[in-house]
Ligand binder design. Structure first.
Ligand SMILES: Nc1nc2c(ncn2[C@@H]2O[C@H](COP(=O)(O)OP(=O)(O)OP(=O)(O)O)[C@@H](O)[C@H]2O)c(=O)[nH]1
Ligand SMILES: [Mg+2]
Length: 379
């Protein structure tokens, strides 16, 4: 028989033992056993002091085409793979990388990317072709280290979509990349409507026709990394071929529904030739041709940051109540009065609110038929 006093004594001891075990299993356990990372290494990790600097100009199924920073202008490009030590870090066009291995660029030679330099800018888009699934909202890095986002919009065939341009502007401001509006096919339609819509913005723009000399565009591209984005068929590759004579980018035809056929399938950076008088072979900047996109998904941009794409509206919001959602049903939102006072274009406010609504799943501004009042507004 075990008496009450003994039982209490037994329980006290059991608890003491349990408490010790518990302690063993938490902090003590961690401290006593060395973690995987602090185990002595059996081999020393190479430090790649010999890595050479390169710039990624194309990515295709796990193979990266790079040009070496120190190479002669006519040196062949280097094909590389990612070193395993990079882990899950993605390498994209525009990345500045460190390369080891066979960097000769000879046929069949394969180098390894062992380092990715810190990115000056990252242009992202959410692949929201299907916003209802997690995959559909996957965020993709379009290009790294771009200085300028050239938003290419045709004035006709396919028709311009200011909703799309507005989305690109949000992405540009969010990524801290300067936007430039490039209006192509100016031989087919006038720019008045599009240019008028952006009148309140200090948005630089260029007009492109098949016979235009491109001097204005060339000077805006000089010395910078510029990335072209736009719907399929707007003339991005046509423009690249004119700017870089030996680019040989495939050019497609615009299909009957006016959406183009996605002729280009991956992003490629091409060196812009230097202006006459500059040493031949000097790279005067880079232009990145990208495949046409149906939409420029912004699910990765916070509701607050969306407003950065609308500098013509920002000032008004200082008069909004705290935490104003800026939605049409918010009676005290100062944006309505701002537009009513003629300080911004009402179509811009409508566009901003369509973007807000599309983010919260209340609507989708991509289809122009949903914006019957404004045929330009689709995105
Ligand atoms: N009239 C006219 N047609 C143009 C102009 N620029 C391009 N095009 C035509 O538009 C069509 C599509 O041009 P692309 O350069 O393939 O368009 P893209 O933007 O590269 O298309 P994706 O690669 O599918 O994204 C081609 O038939 C071009 O000849 C222009 O300034 N005026
Ligand atoms: Mg193309």
């Amino acid at each position: 028989m075990v008496g009450d006093g003994d039982r209490q004594e037994l329980r006290r001891r059991q608890e003491a033992v349990l408490a010790t075990r518990r302690r063993e299993y938490d902090e003590d356990d961690v401290r006593v056993r060395p973690g995987k990372s602090s185990r002595p290494r059996t081999r020393t990790r190479p430090r790649h002091a010999d890595a050479v600097d390169g710039f990624v100009i194309a990515v295709d199924r796990g193979r990266y085409t790079c040009v070496l920073s120190e190479a002669a202008p006519d040196a062949p490009a280097v094909t590389a793979m990612r070193a395993r030590e990079l882990g899950r870090k993605s390498v994209v066009v525009g990345d500045r990388v460190g390369l080891v291995g066979d960097t000769s660029g000879a046929a069949g030679a394969l180098a390894r990317i062992v380092r990715i330099a810190e990115r000056r800018s990252v242009l992202r888009r959410t692949a929201d072709d299907d916003e209802t699934t997690a995959e559909g909202r996957l965020e993709r890095v379009v290009v790294a280290n771009a200085d300028q986002l050239v938003i290419v919009s045709a004035l006709a065939d396919p028709p311009p979509r200011t909703g799309f341009i507005d989305r690109c502007l949000v992405a540009a401001y969010d990524a801290d990349i300067e936007p430039l509006l490039c209006l192509t096919k100016a031989d087919l339609a006038g720019p008045e409507q599009v240019v008028g819509y952006y009148a309140e913005l200090e948005l630089p723009y260029v007009l492109i026709r098949p016979d235009s000399d491109l001097d204005a565009l060339r000077s805006l591209l000089a010395g910078r990394v510029s990335v072209l984005v736009g719907h399929s068929g707007v003339g991005k590759s046509t423009l690249v071929n004119r700017l870089v004579p030996d680019a040989a980018r495939a050019v497609g035809t615009v299909s009957a529904i006016g959406r183009g056929r996605h002729t280009s399938t991956s992003a490629v950076a091409l060196p812009l030739p230097a202006a006459p008088g500059v040493a031949p072979g000097t790279v005067a900047g880079w232009i990145v041709d990208t495949p046409g996109v149906r939409s420029f998904g912004l699910a990765h941009v916070s509701a607050e940051s969306l407003l950065h794409g609308f500098p013509d509206l920002v000032e008004a919001t200082v008069d909004c109540p705290p935490n104003c959602p800026h939605t049409p049903d918010e009676a005290d939102c100062a944006l309505d009065a701002w537009v009513a006072a003629g300080k911004a274009d009402p179509r811009r406010l409508a566009s901003y609110r369509r973007l807000l609504a599309s983010r919260s799943g209340e609507g989708d501004a991509r289809e122009p038929e949903r914006n019957p009042g404004d045929p330009l507004a689709g995105s």
